[in-house]
Design a protein around this ligand. Structure first.
Ligand code: FAD
Length: 705
């Protein structure tokens, strides 16, 4: 008979070998993280095998068969395990790791719903590379720079990568980046990276291309456009590889800002699903204020309220944690929060600005940068969030200078800081409610009852794109769902199944443009025909293009997809029946509406509300225009009042063009100011706008240079 030791040896050998299987290999790593080293584990395995072999040697007969089977099985398992020979166990969590993991994966009760994780949990960077040389280079570069803050994991392809990702997720460790080589030797590289989305949707997937491998790069660019991967970078060829690390640092920044956590400048304690709490989360995020949300019924939420001495307060409560006073605001308005931030300086009633910009979207911010950098006394009024529509874009890929794209919020924040640095005054969370001309100056009445007096005005209040209003598809925006024509995405549509929602000329043009690359384009139209909304020439062109279809009386009702768009749910409007169709991309062009209602009759507009400027003004405003000069290109029907960006009739609805118009408005402001003597305001003793540096009137100093 077998002794107890021998039986234990058999069982141990079997378990040890089986533990190499990827499905349960996280147990090994869990042990590693508990402090048992891989070496001890190997010794255990070897001892078990020796005991089992000894038992086989001693007990021939019936046991030899059993022992033989086990040795063969163990050998096979070991052979299988050698495929994972790189699966070292580099992760040694701190002693309290299991507690941390529990915090990470715990429900809302344990922490903020924004997914904030304790800053002490180190995230991982996973390198997935089949070719050992390339893997080694990447591992070396990543370890050198990031191993103090991130676990660096290097592994072979698909099965091992997926296993690692699952292990890390199971251990409560977030994955920041998955970096994989894509080239002729790794043709499935994109698919392998793409598949990791299902395991950890927040990990950024980065393809590494060899410098000069143009063919792979083309595939990578297409994959980025379709949302299969997030970014790309060229393989480092020298050390130090600053260019490579500049990109990697940017990716890490993007990941960490999306993830939240760490420093919280503000805390919101509220009811999880209340509209106001949601609005506040959105506002803080769009204004890039690091904020944590705590449900008032959670342990943490209750604790914060207790510490503040607030018993059953009206929710939400907002705590500003960056100053010394740390004020707690009970059910505050947006304006109260903005005021408590302390960013705004008081504006004296007699203060006169050279230029007032209404709206802090791309056009308004660009105008502010140029105006204040050129010495104009500048104020910007913004009702909601810095960045405007662009600030809501998760990734702007067509803004010049950012080959990897840039999040709208980041672009907005950089530009806002630039304007602030140059001395622009900002008035936050106030709406311009009316514009009038009094004694040679413009007066802007704000929603808080304040009035700004200014010599010129730039209206940059933008427009709102009509949205589909389907949350799941909003979530896929930029990853298969695109608002606007997004012509730059067209080459990536090669061979794809594309849908265009809309019935106007912009929808028609987009469909025809995409049809050059896509295998099929389907235009989704809610009406019975295109005749009332699209130009005849486009309708004919669409009819003559074999790979463009038009579906009438249909609307988008939903969709599916993990990394990018995969299918759309279409609803037949008359019957209400729904069907699911495979889809790679959806372009939404269902109209936009200018934000100009606040202007009343003050400024001439077209029938849709877009502001007329320059040559577009004539002839209906001729009468009101002062003699001696024609309206300047971006000038509205009011001399010295300009319009820039989406709000302007005929503007190109793009970030870059809005920025261009905002910048271009400033030379026109100079021209107007040159030709218009400063007038004193009625009932006031006018103090000229003084330059902070020279004591001269701001504009006079500029004119003299
Ligand atoms: C989801 C989405 C994604 C996009 N992606 C891209 C892209 O990838 N590339 C691209 O080129 N373009 C993109 N666009 C278009 C682009 O964002 C716009 O063309 C651009 O933002 C227009 O800039 P703007 O400054 O003219 O207006 P807006 O961005 O609309 O900004 C106007 C600002 O004025 C403020 N405002 C309005 N009225 C008042 C008032 N009365 N008082 C005070 N403030 C006021 C608003 O709150 C807003 O902040 C996208 C648009 C959307 C909606």
């Amino acid at each position: 008979m077998l002794t107890i030791t021998e039986i234990a040896g058999f069982v141990g050998a079997g378990l040890a070998g089986a533990a190499y299987l990827p499905q349960i290999s996280h147990l090994i790593r869990a042990r590693c993280s508990a402090g048992i080293s891989r070496l001890a584990f190997e010794i255990w395995l070897l001892a078990s095998l020796l005991v089992a072999a000894r038992a086989i040697a001693i007990h021939a007969g019936v046991f030899i068969v059993l022992g033989g089977v086990q040795v063969v099985a163990t050998t096979l398992i070991m052979f299988y395990a050698t495929r994972y020979k790189d699966t070292r166990c580099p992760i040694h969590l701190p002693a309290q790791s299991s507690a941390k993991a529990a915090t990470v994966t715990a429900p809302v009760e344990a922490g903020p719903i924004s997914g904030v994780r304790p800053a002490t949990v180190r995230a991982a960077i996973v390198i997935a590379c089949r070719e050992p040389g390339a893997r080694e280079i990447l591992q070396r570069e990543m370890s050198k720079r990031y191993s103090a803050d991130y676990h660096i994991v290097a592994c072979d392809r698909s099965a091992e990568l997926a296993a690692w990702m699952r292990d890390l997720v199971a251990a409560g460790l977030p994955v920041a980046l998955v970096i994989g080589e894509v080239d002729a030797q790794d043709p499935d590289g994109i698919e392998v990276l793409s598949a990791t989305r299902a395991i950890d949707p927040t990990a950024l997937r980065v393809a590494v291309a060899r410098w000069g491998d143009w063919e792979s790069m083309r595939c990578i660019f297409d994959a980025v456009t379709l949302g299969k991967i997030d970014h790309w970078v060229t393989r480092p060829v020298q050390s130090p590889a600053e260019e490579f690390h500049r990109s990697v640092t940017g990716f890490l920044m993007e990941w960490s800002s999306q993830r939240g956590g760490g420093f919280e400048a503000a805390q919101v304690i509220g009811t999880r699903w209340s509209a106001r709490s949601q609005e506040l989360r959105d506002l803080f995020a769009r204004n890039r204020v690091p904020a944590g949300f705590y449900d008032a019924t959670s342990g943490h939420g209750r604790q914060i309220l207790r510490e503040l001495g607030l018993e059953s307060p009206q929710l939400p409560v907002v705590v500003l944690r960056f100053g010394t006073e740390r004020p707690a605001l009970v059910n505050p308005s947006n304006r109260e929060i903005a005021d408590a931030f302390g960013l705004m300086r008081p504006i004296a009633p007699e203060e006169i600005f050279d230029v007032t910009v209404v709206g802090a979207g791309p056009a308004g911010l660009a105008a502010a940068v140029y105006a204040s950098s050129e010495g104009l006394r500048t104020v910007v009024v913004e009702q909601e969030a810095i960045g405007g529509q662009a600030g809501t874009s998760s990734m702007i890929r067509n803004y010049p200078g950012f080959s990897q794209g840039i999040t709208g919020a980041q672009l907005a924040q950089e530009t806002w800081q630039q304007a602030w640095t140059f001395g622009t005054t900002f008035v936050y969370m106030r709406q311009a409610e009316s514009l009038s001309r009094v004694d040679g100056h413009y007066r802007l009445r704000l929603s808080d009852g304040g009035v700004l007096t200014t010599r010129t005005v730039i209206i940059a209040t933008g427009a709102t794109y009509r949205r589909l209003g389907i949350p799941f598809l909003e979530h896929l925006q930029g990853r298969g769902v695109f608002y606007g024509a997004a012509a730059s995405e067209a080459p990536a549509m090669r061979g794809r199944n594309v849908f265009v929602a809309g019935a106007g000329n912009s929808a028609g043009q987009t469909a025809l443009h995409m049809a050059k690359w896509a295998s099929r384009v389907t235009i989704l139209v809610r009406a019975k025909s295109l005749a009332g909304s699209m130009s005849e020439y486009l309708i004919r062109q669409i009819g003559a293009t074999p790979n463009v279809d038009v579906c009438y009386r249909v609307q988008v009702a939903g969709g599916t997809g993990t990394g990018g768009l995969e299918s759309l749910v279409l609803e037949d409007i008359p019957s209400g029946t729904r069907r699911s169709v495979p889809a790679d991309a959806l372009f939404v062009l269902i109209g936009s509406q200018p934000r100009t209602q606040w202007l009343g009759e003050a400024v001439a507009r077209d029938q849709r509300g877009f502001i007329r400027t320059g040559p577009d003004l004539a002839p209906d405003t001729e009468g009101s225009w002062p003699s001696g000069r024609q309206p300047l290109p971006l000038e509205t029907s009011l001399p010295g009042v300009f319009a820039a960006g989406d709000v302007r009739r005929g503007s190109v609805k793009r970030v870059a063009s809005a920025v261009g118009e905002g910048a271009a408005a400033i030379p026109l402001v100079h021209r107007h100011l040159h030709s218009t003597p400063a007038a004193p305001a009625a009932g006031r003793h006018l103090r000229p706008a003084l330059s902070r540096r020279s004591g001269e009137p701001a504009y006079a100093r500029r004119a003299a240079t």
